[in-house]
Design a protein around this ligand. Structure first.
Ligand SMILES: O=C(O)CCC(=O)C(=O)O
Length: 295
């Protein structure tokens, strides 16, 4: 579905557009059943596999990210040459305290032109179950932030906006099958799930092929048009074999560890990303990234 001129103007002004019907409720339910079947068959893998770049792990996540109902409105906002640079699941169990503090995804590694993020509502997203909240108009600049630890990943830090204008925050309630698209520079976050139902979402990041990261070289899958720039390293589509995809994702994250989710690697910092425990033991024994014998 193409966006109207009014929706595009709203995105340019406010940094987001919501309420776009991208797939049927039945399609969203089938996606959810697929994800839940994976959890049932791989109970110890879902924790890491549903995190960064799960579009490299699951052909059905890739298929979701390349639905015309998503790619068409994305192209209306960022043009027709598009890389899929990340997908993550964001699931909040009933009563869960999981929340996302106010942040701008591209704060630590600015990207120009800026990527957009698509929140795909696999379940309804409501104020009660912890839907996305955005602060309109904040996409123009990176606000001052503090780096805080990411629970479970001691080597990763996340940026939190120091003084967000919370009184201007707007909830983005969505029905299952709808999407919201927002600038990766927009200040956003989301509160805990106070409801009795699971909030189920997958988020996809789309980056114009012409974009450049200010730090490091990212990587992405070309999902629309052509890449005439080569600024991002090309990533393959996932195949049907989960183990082969896991090895491919590992190689890519080791080769291109700096992206807007993982942030810059500081000298001496050890690379850390969600993965099967022990899978990277041999690599982990090597010196930390950026260490050098020169003075
Ligand atoms: O799922 C949400 O409510 C927000 C997730 C988010 O902001 C993020 O993953 O950066």
């Amino acid at each position: 579905m193409r966006l109207t001129g009014e929706q595009i103007a709203g995105f340019r002004r406010d940094g987001y557009v919501g309420g776009i019907q991208a797939m049927s409720v039945a399609h969203a339910a089938a996606f959810r059943a697929r994800a839940e079947a994976f959890v049932a068959s791989h109970p110890t893998d879902a924790g890491w596999a549903f995190d960064i770049k799960c579009n490299l792990l699951f052909d059905w996540v890739y298929a979701n990210a390349t639905l015309p109902g998503i790619l068409e409105p994305v192209a209306d906002l960022i043009g027709g040459d598009v890389l899929l640079t990340n997908s993550v699941f964001r699931v909040k169990e009933p009563g869960s305290t999981v929340n996302y503090g106010w942040h701008q995804d591209a704060a630590r590694i600015p990207v120009d032109p800026c990527p957009v993020i698509v929140y795909v509502a696999i379940s309804d997203a409501t104020v009660e179950n912890g839907c996305l909240m955005v602060i309109p108009g904040t996409q123009g600049a990176v606000a001052p932030f503090d780096l805080v630890s990411n629970p479970g990943q001691p080597n990763r830090k996340v940026a939190r906006v120091r003084d967000p204008a919370v009184d201007r925050a707007v909830p983005l309630a969505l029905r299952a099958g709808e999407i919201a698209i927002f600038s990766a520079n927009l200040v956003h976050g989301s509160p805990p799930n106070r409801s009795r139902s699971r909030r189920f979402a997958v988020l996809h990041d789309y980056t114009p092929a012409a974009s450049r990261q200010s730090i490091g070289r990212g990587s992405g899958q070309l999902v629309l048009g052509r890449d005439r720039h080569g600024n991002f390293a090309p990533e393959p589509m996932p195949g049907p074999d989960f183990e082969a995809n896991a090895a491919m994702r590992r190689r890519i994250l080791e080769a291109y560890p700096e992206n807007i989710l993982m942030g810059p690697l500081e000298p001496g910092q050890r690379l850390d990303f969600p993965d099967r425990p022990g899978a990277r033991a041999a690599w982990g024994q090597q010196p930390p990234h950026g260490s050098t014998s020169s003075p």
